[in-house]
Ligand binder design. Structure first.
Ligand code: GDP
Ligand code: MG
Length: 442
């Protein structure tokens, strides 16, 4: 997978200063190959790798991440950006009904999506009407009716036995029916062809011009591979669309299509269709897709959390202090506890961050809920007490316990624990000043 390939190409590098041009180019070649393997359009691969290269060369290597993690992070950030950044909502019209038109090749999953969208909207309190404007295939109308029934949503369809209907007329009548019956949204299912076809485009354009959709969704099979960019461009130029729906994401598509389409058309992907059942439908999350392309799930998010939480400046300050022989105080201790708290679920991160193995045991024994109490206790101490805990005698302990809503026993435990951390810090002191951070105090 891509993240392994990046890691492999940067193996043996240490996090010092900037990455060299040669190192970056080596990993860029790997990224380019991986993206091409994943069927990402060549033009998109080119812009993408150029952006990654520039950032990788320009950025200081973060000390919280090793060079490979750093490049993975850059790739992840860029992927998220090309994939559309934040997931966006549907464009709802102020004057109902909101008209949503579906376009795409035959078999892309439009009719299935119509049912999914309708079911989801209904569950959100909307009153959708499905419009059967695909009169190309004999049973297309029937298919939409079945889907509508499953979703519990009415379907507007041409009268049966009326010969071949006019899809533009059906679409228009559907919208006025929706207006009349006070549906707040309509979903217009349209016909597709197996290939890009001028007649199909013309029909889609005619429907578009007749109903003036607020949202035209281009539905595309994620398994389409190398064709994705070409088909997306054809629909963009032929019909125009405001958003994309990726279907069949339950297959083993690796996200190449997603990247090609957003890269080429700069239209956001709004939804993902992930199976044949009406429930297999979700909002599209660019960050999750980026993770899928990198094939590393949530790890990036965790790395980011760690990076944010583990304030490098604080760590360096502590390290410098220790190296200079100054002692580790309760304030430092509190500081570290707070950094740990920022990390959210520490245990979830265990094992996901490669550099934390050595602290695993300490973290395993660490109870996050204790941090609040530790904070309260240390905050109830005077600055003198924090600097020199030896002066905390019995009466001071009583006062601190009262002030922090804890017991003297808990104060004793904390001081004991602090003493251990202090000893550990003394021994770690020299090692830490060499960088590499880690998690002092644990
Ligand atoms: P249309 O021609 O664009 O209307 O496509 P359909 O909605 O008729 O879908 C074509 C085929 O793909 C049908 O057999 C669907 O059941 C199937 N299909 C649609 N969406 C998905 C999906 O997200 N995952 C899977 N596995 N199959 C899908
Ligand atoms: Mg269909």
């Amino acid at each position: 997978n891509l993240s392994d390939r990046i890691t492999e190409s940067l193996k043996g590098l240490r996090g010092h200063g900037r990455l060299s041009e040669a190192d970056v180019d080596k990993t860029i070649r790997e990224i380019r190959r991986a993206l091409l393997d994943a069927d990402v359009a060549v033009s998109v691969v080119r812009t993408f790798t150029a952006a990654v290269r520039e950032r990788a060369l320009g950025e200081e290597v973060s000390k919280a991440l090793n060079p490979a993690q750093q490049v993975v992070k850059i790739v992840n950030d860029e992927l998220v950006q090309v994939l559309g950044g934040e997931a966006r909502d549907l464009n709802w019209s102020k004057n109902p009904p909101t008209v949503i038109m579906l376009a795409g090749l035959q078999g892309a999953g439009k009719t299935t999506l119509a049912g999914k969208l309708a079911q989801w909207m209904k569950s959100e309190g909307h009153t959708p009407l499905l419009i059967a404007a695909d009169l190309q295939r004999p049973n297309a109308v029937n298919q939409l009716q079945i889907v509508g029934e499953r979703a519990g949503v009415p379907v507007f369809a041409p009268e049966p036995g009326n010969g071949v209907g006019d899809p533009v007329l059906v679409a228009m009548n559907g919208v006025s029916t929706a207006q009349f019956q006070q549906h707040d949204v309509v979903i217009v299912d349209t016909a597709g062809r197996l290939g890009i076809d001028e007649e199909m485009m013309q029909q889609a354009r005619d429907i578009r011009d007749a109903v003036g959709p607020h949202e035209t969704l281009f539905v595309v099979d994620a398994m389409i591979g190398q064709d994705a960019a070409r088909v997306a461009e054809a629909f963009r130029d032929g019909v125009g669309f405001t958003g994309v729906v990726l279907s069949k994401l339950d297959g083993d598509a690796r996200g190449g299509a997603a990247l090609s389409i957003t890269g080429v058309t700069e239209r956001p992907i709004l939804f993902a269709s992930t199976g044949e059942s009406l429930d297999d439908f979700e909002r599209f999350h660019p960050d999750r897709m980026a993770g899928r392309i990198l094939d590393m799930g949530d790890v990036m998010t965790l790395i980011e959390q760690a990076e944010k939480a583990f304030d490098q400046k604080e760590a360096e300050k502590t390290a410098a202090k220790l190296a200079s022989g100054e002692d580790f105080t309760l304030d430092d201790f509190l500081n570290q506890m707070q950094q740990l708290k920022n990390m959210g679920s520490i245990k979830k991160m265990l094992g996901m961050l490669p550099n934390m193995g050595q602290y695993r045991e300490a973290l395993d024994n660490f109870d996050e809920s204790e941090i609040g109490r530790i904070e309260a206790i240390i905050r109830s101490m005077t600055p003198e007490e924090r600097n020199d805990p030896k002066i905390i005698n019995g009466s001071r302990r009583n006062r601190i316990a009262r002030g922090s809503g804890t017991t003297v026993q808990q104060i004793n435990q904390l001081l004991e624990r602090f003493k251990q951390a202090q000893q550990m810090m003394r021994t770690m002191g020299r090692g830490m000043s060499g960088g590499g951070g880690g998690m002092p105090g644990m």
